[in-house]
Ligand binder design. Sequence first.
Ligand code: ADP
Ligand code: MG
Length: 346
Amino acid sequence: MGRLVTAVMLTSLMACTPGEKEHRRDYAVMGTEAACRIISDDRDLAGEAFDQVAAVFDSVNTLMSTWSADSEISRLNRAPADSAFTLSPWMVDCLHLSIRLNDRSAGAFDVTAEPLMRLWGFYRREGRLPSPMEIAGARKSMGRFYLDDAWGKLTKQADATAFDLGGIAKGFAVKKCEAALRELGFTNALVDLGGNMACMGAPLGKEAWSVGIKDPLRKDQIFAKVELRDESVATSGSYERFVEIDGRRYGHIMNPATGRPAEGLLSATAICKDAALADGLSTALFVLGPAGAKELLNDAYPDVDAVLVIPGEDGEKPTVWITPGLKGRFELLPDYIDSYLLEDGC
Ligand code: ADP
Ligand code: MG
């Protein structure tokens, strides 16, 4: 027994080298807040890492922001059909991931939902109810492009085909930051870009990062916590961004099958090794709604963990559904136990 205690003490001592401290830098990027935390005894190297993280955020913004007319994505969106557009390697990488997720999610994740976003008024930030004919028109241009991975060229098949990487760009940036940190030799760090997080190793003196999940009904509050170690997490919810039309709120995640904002879930959280996949999947799960999301997780992503917040029917409480892999490391906070039913999907 004594030997066991000593062994346990030794391993926990080894987990943090003397002189190790947490270093932190905050950023304002892509219309949101970001932070990077690094556990290290090397302040200078951490400083270098923070600069590299800033450079990754800048690059992804310059490539993928639809808010800037000069970004690569905006230039691609203006490009005519039938001409090959040369993409930067990170754009090829991100579009390649997006296409795979589109295939595997039966089209729920679709980076060509731009015309729908435009139609519903998300770029003007002023909603308008489109007619069924307008919706059909926007849906016609979706998915009409061809990506040549090897040569890094994309050819649109309709002038109106346009891309919005908002469902994956933040996770993609976080993934690239994580790669940069690992390249510099860091194993305990956290990158957080507006709730898209890569949790590497653990903070000082802990076994895992404890990450809060926002309450979809009171978005400024954390309603649950999950312990993550060498995993990434992302949450999608319509509470994040919406337009109001005739007193009704419409969320910013489009269901490509209907051309209307998705509304089956209050929020969807995806947890897996790859931050870009977590981001894309959280959007896909949200689009698919409770039954479709569970089916996608079961059939195509058995290694991905998820938290689905499902609205209650007929005045019932909403349900928080978690995958079996989260059992023992997911906690609904005491103040919320009475507001939600907790169900684990065994
Ligand atoms: P957030 O932007 O709040 O982190 P998401 O990761 O779910 O949330 O991304 C939502 C964004 O994804 C939308 O604002 C839009 O840019 C884009 N988008 C909307 N519908 C889809 C869809 N069906 N597939 C892929 N991206 C989408
Ligand atoms: Mg997403």
